[in-house]
Design a protein. Structure first.
Length: 68
């Protein structure tokens, strides 16, 4: 390899929480509810990039934040 970074096909719960501007616990709750499709990977969850649309998810999260 010539120093190129491998692009991964998933987000960790922490990464997705940072992108969406919500807590990790909120991401875990949404995975448990099924509104975010996550997969168990060892003791953790990962969210496959092909399973979500960040723009749509961000709109939903933003709407839920303002309606609280």
């Amino acid at each position: 390899m010539s120093g190129d970074k491998l692009e991964k096909n998933f987000y960790t719960v922490k990464e997705l929480a940072e992108i969406l501007g919500i807590s990790r616990i909120s991401v875990f709750k949404r995975v448990k509810q099924g509104s975010i499709k996550g997969q168990r990977w060892g003791r953790n969850f990962v969210i496959l990039k092909k399973d979500i649309n960040i723009k749509d998810l961000f709109k939903i999260v933003k709407t839920n934040k303002t309606s609280s």
